[in-house]
Design a protein around this ligand. Structure first.
Ligand code: 5GP
Length: 135
């Protein structure tokens, strides 16, 4: 599937590329939450985390860690938000897996927090049991 990121990867669409290897690229987001907001993008197009081979995903996260360190070192970020919008229902606009790494500052005033809900009586145990990965 051709996505805007496929075109960025093949150079048809220009981008500011801060890293590249055989499996992924890292570019600066064109509409950043904050300056330095980076996207780590696998070169092969998988639309979601579950489609991406485990070893490629592990590599992507290794590069995310490098980008995170660089944002803290060079831009003096106090923290980062590391975000994957994994599917349209989660707000994914480009159907090509990518990880946002967003620099954050103590006084940046941004509110990226997730809204909170609650469980009914006994519900968290039932959900936990249904999701138990150790069995
Ligand atoms: P999503 O909502 O799919 O998680 O995020 C897609 C991101 O890609 C958005 O933050 C958007 O600003 C960024 N984006 C979309 N088109 C382009 C583009 O042509 N160049 C760059 N550098 N970023 C883009």
């Amino acid at each position: 599937m051709a996505t805007i990121f496929t075109k960025i990867i093949d150079g048809t669409i220009p981008s500011i590329r801060i890293y590249e290897d055989e499996l992924c690229i890292v570019i600066l987001d064109i509409a950043p939450v904050a300056k330095g907001h980076a996207l780590v993008i696998p070169k092969q197009c998988w639309s979601s985390v579950v489609e991406c081979p485990e070893e490629v995903f592990a590599h992507i996260m290794k590069i995310v860690q490098k980008v995170d360190k660089r944002l803290r070192e060079v831009l003096a970020a106090d923290a980062t938000n590391i975000v994957i919008n994994d599917g349209p229902a989660a707000g994914q606009e480009v159907p090509h897996l990518h990880v946002h790494v967003i620099p954050r500052y103590v006084k940046d005033g941004l509110k990226l927090q997730m809204p909170k809900t609650s469980y009914g009586q006994g519900e968290i145990e039932v959900v936990g049991e249904s999701l138990n990965l150790s069995r």
